[in-house]
Design a protein around this ligand. Sequence first.
Ligand SMILES: NC(=O)c1ccc[n+]([C@@H]2O[C@H](COP(=O)([O-])OP(=O)(O)OC[C@H]3O[C@@H](n4cnc5c(N)ncnc54)[C@H](O)[C@@H]3O)[C@@H](O)[C@H]2O)c1
Length: 439
Amino acid sequence: MAVKGVEIAPANGKLGILLVGLGAVSTTFVAGVEAVRKGTAKPFGSLTQMGTIRLGKRTDNRSPLIKDFVPLANLDDVVFGAWDIFSDSAYEAALHAGVLEKALVEDLREQLDSLKPMSAVFSHNYVKRLNGTNIKEGKNKMELAEQLMADMANFKEEKGCDRLVIVWAASTEIFLEPSEIHQTVEAFEKAMYDNDERIAPSMIYAYAAIKAGVPFANGAPNLTVDIPALLQLAEQNGVPICGKDFKTGQTLMKTIIAPGLKARMLGLDGWYSTNILGNRDGEVLDDPENFKTKEESKLSVLETILQPDVHPDLYGNFSHVVRINYYPPRGDNKEGWDAIDIFGWLGYKMQIKVDFLCRDSILAAPLVLDLALFMDLAQRAGMKGIQEWLSFYFKAPQTADGLYPEHDIFIQLKKLKNTLRYLMDEELITHLGLEYYEE
Ligand SMILES: NC(=O)c1ccc[n+]([C@@H]2O[C@H](COP(=O)([O-])OP(=O)(O)OC[C@H]3O[C@@H](n4cnc5c(N)ncnc54)[C@H](O)[C@@H]3O)[C@@H](O)[C@H]2O)c1
């Protein structure tokens, strides 16, 4: 089926990637891009840089790199900026995060030292374990949003950027539920002036971004941009948004394994997941109020993939437990353990154990790159509001109201690639393949 192509503005000039939070993920991301630019590393883990996309029939042998197929910003045209509550440069923050070897950080010292964070919008009430001093002051939350918009404009001017995107890679905030002030733009703006405590700092960044016409991706599980007021504003202003919570580590594994179990109609009695994590993220998540936000995001995955309502015999009664234990000796090198109790033919029970010795920020960094580049593409292609085709990157993908999220990583990848084909006026791939067998 031929589809109608979309006008996409070219990726001319510089793209500014503004990171909220200059911690483990952000510094690992920036260091990686700098190393790739220097020619000392390859962008492993990045679909935009290393992935290919099949076009046309299998017999056509057309599988270009994604970056050669769609007009993405070139890595040489990317400039970084950040906000953080600590004034450490990316060099100091990378050493503090301890993800990368000291020698590698030293090798990139010049580039990393030049990235100094702007002062943050922050309140201790939302992240109780952190105390920083590089914080903006304002008489109300609207004034803080205006200061962020001024930061964006100054950065754009100073660095000579043509376009900006923002990725939230700051700490997970305490759990907040949507309430009436999150329902409309008017109610939200009034609450900003009233300093309503239901407006978290992440929402102030998201509001400022959308107001300034800058795409916003949310890498943490906070509500942030997943509220009707900000969705309306994004639609009105023609700004792409997406979230929530980078899909790395244990949830990545879950969304790889669970679709396989379901594909074979193997039943599930229980899935116990625990994590040992010793970085600053782990410290923040050690607070029950912040962990609650993460737990909500991690729990929904299995329910939606396995569809207990459609398959009650197989998945109607499984127990799903997720724990995060702050354990300093491990630093960023997380250990994610899964004990999976399954059953098969005649109800015979089996077990799967997964022990993923992963590196959280190493898994998250390429997602930041892909999201920044795809969100910029989306904006140049005139796509606005929720970018569901980027669900591939998230634990709790944002969707239109009333629509359940797609968690199966293989469906997510198909959706992403078909979106790219659609944008470039290429035939969508259904994998039907009958034509290969026709005389
Ligand atoms: N690494 C992963 O695999 C992964 C996966 C999913 C989600 N995440 C999320 O990504 C986020 C970043 O993770 P990390 O390991 O880099 O954490 P980190 O603690 O190393 O870095 C977070 C940084 O954000 C800063 N910060 C906190 N509140 C801020 C604010 N309001 N404005 C500006 N800066 C602020 C902190 O000072 C810190 O430097 C966390 O929310 C984490 O839950 C990470």
